[in-house]
Design a binder for this molecule. Structure first.
Ligand SMILES: Nc1ncnc2c1ncn2[C@@H]1O[C@H](COP(=O)(O)OP(=O)(O)OP(=O)(O)O)[C@@H](O)[C@H]1O
Ligand SMILES: [Mg+2]
Length: 247
């Protein structure tokens, strides 16, 4: 597929000590594309996400965002983190700040918005994720699904070029998974560029442009969901799918 590349990884290698966790990884994510990353535990999915917003440095190869190499430190790095938002399994909200403050803070500090303007934008985003009436609560007063939607609103408040999700629904009770997936589905439809590590195969089938299957630090398959789910090529993918689709 001809795409306008937003995120590009070329021959990326990453080690933890002797452990080679990303092995010659090549991946292009086009603007507006949704790429779902799946694979067995320890295959490098989180490390891949963390490398894209430079929470993890790499040892060789290159990663570019919008044609620019990732900045290494300082202000430029903080800028990158706001341009490539990340949503984690564990929400990571500031516990001693209200929901509204959680979403406003980065806008004021990093994006240099005035507080009332930032608050207005925060309320807009809360409305969008279905939490308009929760602005003054603290994170602990919300359900997991609500907290995760706040985390998504907080990432969106920075007007990111792309969003990375690392198992955003894995810590949630089953009845809360859908409310988060629906917000993500909506973002996908609106054209947000997204890299999503998830075991939610329904989401992969309905929202992803491509499925990337990783095993042992390598990208083993990179195909449309339709192709991947109906005729996986590699034994690793076949084996993985037979295990997860049994549940
Ligand atoms: N900070 C670290 N120090 C040392 N080794 C690490 C570190 N983080 C991850 N690893 C190792 O790197 C490999 C890849 O880990 P990673 O977390 O990227 O896998 P994953 O595919 O996200 O797995 P899971 O599905 O369990 O989340 C694993 O072998 C892991 O133990
Ligand atoms: Mg992981």
């Amino acid at each position: 597929m001809a795409v306008d590349p937003l995120i590009e990884l070329r021959d990326v290698n990453k080690y933890f000590g002797d452990l080679h966790v990303l092995q010659d990884v090549n991946l292009t994510v086009g603007r507006g594309e949704v790429v779902v990353v799946i694979g067995p535990s320890g295959s490098g999915k989180s490390t891949l996400c963390r490398a894209i917003n430079r929470l993890e440095p790499i040892q060789s190869g290159s990663i570019t965002l919008d044609g620019q190499p990732l900045p290494e430190e300082g202000k430029a790095l903080a800028g990158l983190r706001s341009e490539v938002g990340m949503v984690f399994q564990s929400f990571n909200l500031f516990a001693h700040r209200t929901v509204l403050q959680n979403i406003t803070l980065g806008q004021v500090k990093v994006r240099k918005r005035k507080k009332d303007e930032a608050d207005r934008r925060s309320r807009e985003l809360l409305d969008r994720v279905g939490l308009a009436d929760q602005a003054d609560k603290f994170p602990a007063q919300l359900s997991g699904g609500q907290q995760q939607r706040v985390a998504i609103a907080r990432a969106l408040a920075m007007d990111p070029k792309a969003l990375l999700f690392d198992e955003p629904t894995s810590a949630l009770d089953p009845e809360m998974i859908n409310e988060v997936l629906e917000v993500m589905q909506q973002l996908a439809q609106e054209g947000m560029t997204m890299v999503v590590v998830t075991h939610e195969m329904g989401f992969a089938r309905s929202a992803a442009n491509r499925v990337v299957f990783m095993a042992d630090g390598r990208i083993v398959e990179d195909r449309t969901p339709e192709e991947f789910f109906t005729s996986p090529r590699s034994d690793r993918a076949k084996d993985f799918l037979s295990k997860i689709l049994k549940h």
